[in-house]
Design a protein around this ligand. Structure first.
Ligand code: FES
Length: 175
């Protein structure tokens, strides 16, 4: 599959890396969530939720990164990730578009972005198009409120999106 949703480089273990070596900003956001929960193992499900929202799905390296960061055995993280149906360990569509619907993004028109993509691509939020080319997802706050509305397009966090800018890009994916 050519879609690149998760950074290819190995995540750094716990220790408070400010910037992931891959330069992928999403790790910084994930780190902020873990920090907010003081790296408590109890926050595992919450952290996995955030990871899935940021990355679209829970790739193996990402689960290991979370395990190291929260200092819980990888087996437990994999167990939780596979137990709950709302976690996905595989990318769903060839491309993923995750629209943040947190408060700041919502206020700045995120719902219009979602509606525009749904209409253009003929897909509902949370679903994948029939041809498997696009998965449209929504997330709670991604931690990038300053650039609201934020949209993660095939793994890249982008900001100040409009229904037009996103649909133009997504249209290209569907051709
Ligand atoms: S509400 Fe969207 S990034 Fe915070």
């Amino acid at each position: 599959m050519e879609s690149t949703v998760v950074a290819r480089e190995k995540p750094r273990a716990a220790g408070g890396a400010k910037q992931h070596p891959s330069g992928d900003n999403r790790f910084k956001m994930l780190e902020a969530t873990m920090k907010r929960h003081q790296y408590q193992a109890d926050a595992l499900i919450e952290v996995l939720h955030t990871a899935q929202e940021l990355f679209g799905y829970l790739e193996e390296d990402l689960l290991i990164y979370v395990a190291h960061s929260l200092k819980v055995p990888p087996s437990r993280v994999f167990g939780v990730a596979t137990f709950y149906h709302f976690f996905s360990l595989k990318p769903k569509g060839l491309h993923t578009c995750v629209v943040c619907m947190g408060t700041a993004c919502y206020v700045k028109g995120a719902a219009n972005v979602v509606t525009a993509i749904e209409t253009m691509a003929g897909v509902r939020s949370g679903e994948t198009t029939g041809d498997g080319k696009l998965s449209l997802l929504t997330a709670r706050c991604l931690g990038a409120c300053g650039i609201a509305p934020a949209v993660v397009l095939d793994g890249a966090v982008t900001g100040r999106q409009t229904p037009d800018t996103v649909t133009q890009l997504v249209k290209g994916w569907l051709e």
